[in-house]
Design a protein around this ligand. Structure first.
Ligand code: ADP
Ligand code: ZN
Length: 721
């Protein structure tokens, strides 16, 4: 009799043993269905010696029910899953779940019915029909998906099917993707780019683990260079994974990829519709999808024959996942490349300090692109001391910034104002009684959004209509907005330069692909004079007529003062400055600040990246912070404040007594209340010599926490709230 051990998709159960019935073919890595009590459960067949569980006598083993018709998960991926769970103190089941698509994807095959417009004119027009006819041009999908797209009810669309306005089409769920064509439109690389791309291409051909830091200034052509490595992998028939930090950047990337390779890559992210995700997942496991572009969740996909991994904008903090499995996709990408024995390229103009250090140590090969492509010069950055150049009363833009924008407007060039704050104002209060609008679920003020006339919490989504009277003292017309958000800056620009065409760019306004495309098209056509945006506009975009960037509050990111505040500020401002002067005309950048002497601001103004990295490196070394030491956080939360505090104290009371580990806290978290849960934090600082993960496990495992309490471990944390 053959017995197998399964990793099952239930963190509490861990591993379970089963019997393989006669005639069933299973291997290590097979995805199977097994009985669990009266229910069924999905599992992956694992090496029994690598998964601990209680031995069950043979007579008691129940038989597997079914093997899913997909290739077994390769050993390299199984090792990656184990490594990730171990390093981040997460459950194997939680990590393994990220590798599998939906159950539908596992079964595969078959067809589905989708609908599209026929082009016929309606005999009877209604406002809903008109909206649907407008919204569904060129779209195809299930009735439910189309209803969502067009914001009409499914009933309206069914009526349109009956009226011959929509027709059904039978779609093969597994239809293959077109193959990218390496010779479609290769660029003419300059000598520096050629050297960089040759190195990467050679590494792809070698089929060995090789980590690269592609360190090139903004506009140097990093994308063009790594595209050549992608082309090489495609020529060899191997697969490529490109990780991007944000969905908002994918539209831009897709266009460039299509220009270079003639077809679009396969897109992977959680907000795609189910049928597309399923099709993509199956094409990836069968090796049919050659180039896959995705957000961090694409990292664990079971590629059949991976040949190269790219992490673009590798310094971005959004590669760190802060719920569920708290992993850093940039770091795990390098580990995956090692298990798969393939090259990995971390591309950035402002590499993370950790990456710089690894390059310095010779572990990563650094490839530099020090110049902008096509002779464009780096923008001229200057600090603007707000104490010497105060804005007018009630305004936020200093006179030199206003003047710079007016000049650009006269010359038909574009300006970009950067402020990393959505909405109109971050705080609203009552002039009469001092009442402040606070979120009932979070330790946060409600942010006024004038476009939607609401006050919203950016942490939990709580919203109320903007009130006319103070809810506390009842006075009318007494509410004042405090501080600026991008909407308020846009209003100010409109007042100062009424003829300017202003676009506000935030996740509120660029929520989907259509909106992103419309914005990019308008900016490229010169139909926008001033862009006011949050961090969404700091990277990726290339608008040749954009010659002025104003940073509204360069000090904003330094306020929290957490471990990475200086680095994040440096990166964000260097990236947004990098949008200026990418064409033939030189760019100018003004940083509004109250602390021009701060080392970050001074380094930016001096264009002296090295001095920033040197100062930051020695500060980190002194603090024993990454990459010289390591941090981990334990976050305890409960709806009951006393309960959360007691558990946090109990954990703190049994803190390990080790020479290479220091424990701080517990203390109430800066976000002491988040989504209705009270939070306490402990921070652990470890020397590199410490066995951090083992210490954490041995410390926390003996506890039996009440179900109402959540205890999360965050290894290498990025968020300190
Ligand atoms: P980065 O990612 O380093 O900021 P990009 O790859 O976006 O730089 O390149 C900046 C711009 O210069 C893009 O519009 C790109 O198409 C163009 N470019 C870079 N290198 C070349 C080249 N060799 N030939 C033609 N255009 C190039
Ligand atoms: Zn909230």
């Amino acid at each position: 009799m053959q017995r197998v051990r399964l990793l099952v998709f239930n963190a509490a159960l861990g591993a379970l043993d089963y019997r393989v019935p006669d005639g069933m073919q299973v291997e290590v890595g097979s995805v199977v269905v097994a009985p669990l009590g009266p229910r069924q459960i999905l599992g992956i067949v694992w090496e029994p010696e690598r998964l601990k569980t209680q031995e069950v006598p043979e007579a008691k083993l129940r038989p597997l029910l079914e093997v899913m018709p997909v290739p077994p998960l390769p050993a390299e991926l199984r090792r990656l899953i184990e490594w990730t769970a171990d390093y981040y103190c997460a459950s194997l089941a939680g990590v393994a779940r990220m590798a599998l698509g939906s159950t539908g994807a596992l079964r595969g095959g078959g067809t589905t019915t989708e609908y599209r417009l026929t082009g016929a004119e309606p005999a009877r027009m209604t406002p809903q029909r008109a909206a649907a006819l407008d919204a569904l041009q060129g779209e195809q999908g299930s009735i439910r998906e189309l209803a969502e797209l067009a914001s009409v009810s499914e009933g309206v669309l069914r009526g349109m099917v009956g009226a011959g306005l929509l027709e059904a089409v039978l779609v093969d769920l597994d239809r293959p993707y077109p193959t990218p064509r390496p010779e479609h439109a290769p660029p003419d690389l300059n000598p520096g780019q050629r050297e960089a791309s040759d190195t990467l291409v050679a590494a792809v051909a070698k089929r060995k683990f090789a980590p690269f830091l592609l360190d090139g200034v903004t506009g140097s052509g990093k994308t063009e260079c790594y595209f050549e490595a992608v082309a090489e992998a495609v020529r060899e028939g191997r697969q490529v994974l490109v990780l991007l930090p944000e969905i908002a950047l994918t539209e831009n990337f897709l266009r460039r990829f299509e220009q270079r390779f003639g077809v679009a890559p396969v897109l992977w992210h959680s907000s795609r519709k189910a049928s597309e995700r399923r099709r993509a997942w199956r094409a990836i496991v069968h090796g049919q999808a050659q180039v896959v572009v995705g957000a961090r969740s694409a990292l664990f996909l079971p590629f059949a024959d991976l040949g190269l991994i790219i992490v673009d904008e590798a310094h971005e903090v959004s590669f760190k996942q802060d719920d569920g499995v708290r992993y850093n996709a940039r770091d795990v990408a390098v580990i995956r490349a090692r298990f798969e024995q393939v090259p990995v390229v971390l591309a950035s103009a402002t590499p993370a300090l950790e990456s710089m250090q690894l390059a310095e140590a010779g572990i990563y090969t650094r490839i530099e692109l020090p110049d902008r492509f096509g002779g464009a010069s780096m923008p001229d950055i200057a600090a603007l001391d707000l104490r010497k150049h105060p804005p007018e009363r009630g305004r936020w833009l200093a006179p030199p910034v206003v003047e710079a924008m007016q000049q650009r407007l006269e010359r038909g060039e574009q300006s970009l104002l950067f402020l990393n704050r959505r909405g109109y104002a971050p705080l609203t209060l009552c002039r009469n009684c001092g009442y402040r609008f606070q979120c009932p679920n979070c330790s946060a003020w409600l942010v006024e959004h004038r476009f939607s006339q609401r006050l919203a919490c950016h942490h939990c989504g709580h919203e109320v209509p903007a009130p006319e009277t103070c809810p506390d003292c009842g006075t009318a017309d007494c509410l004042v907005a405090c501080g600026p958000g991008v909407e308020r800056i846009a209003d100010e620009v409109a007042e100062i330069m009424p003829e300017a065409r202003v676009a506000v760019v935030t996740s509120d306004t660029l929520g989907n692909a259509e909106a992103v495309n419309a914005f990019v098209a308008a900016a490229e056509e010169g139909a926008i004079d001033v862009i006011v945006g949050t961090q969404l506009v700091t990277k990726g975009y290339h608008f040749p007529e954009l010659t002025f960037v104003g940073v509204v509050d360069a000090d904003l990111g330094l306020e929290g003062g957490d471990l990475r505040a200086a680095e994040r500020t440096y990166q964000q401002i260097a990236q947004v400055a990098g949008r200026a002067g990418r064409g033939e005309k030189p760019g100018e950048v003004l940083l509004q600040t109250r602390h021009p002497e701060a080392s970050v601001i001074a380094a930016l103004a001096a264009g002296d990246r090295d001095s920033f990295y040197t100062a930051e490196t020695s500060a980190r070394r002194d603090a024993g912070a990454p990459p010289f030491g390591r941090w981990a956080a334990i976050i305890v939360s409960s709806e009951d404040q006393a309960e959360a505090r007691d558990v946090a104290r109990a954990i703190g009371g049994r803190a390990p007594d080790a020479p290479d580990i220091v424990v701080f806290g517990p203390a109430p978290a800066p976000m002491a209340l988040l989504r209705g849960r009270y939070r306490f934090r402990l921070l652990i600082n470890a020397r590199r010599s410490a066995e951090l993960q083992r210490t954490l496990r041995e410390w926390l495992d003996p506890f039996d926490f009440p179900r109402s309490v959540r205890v999360n471990i965050d290894v290498d944390p990025y968020s300190f709230v």
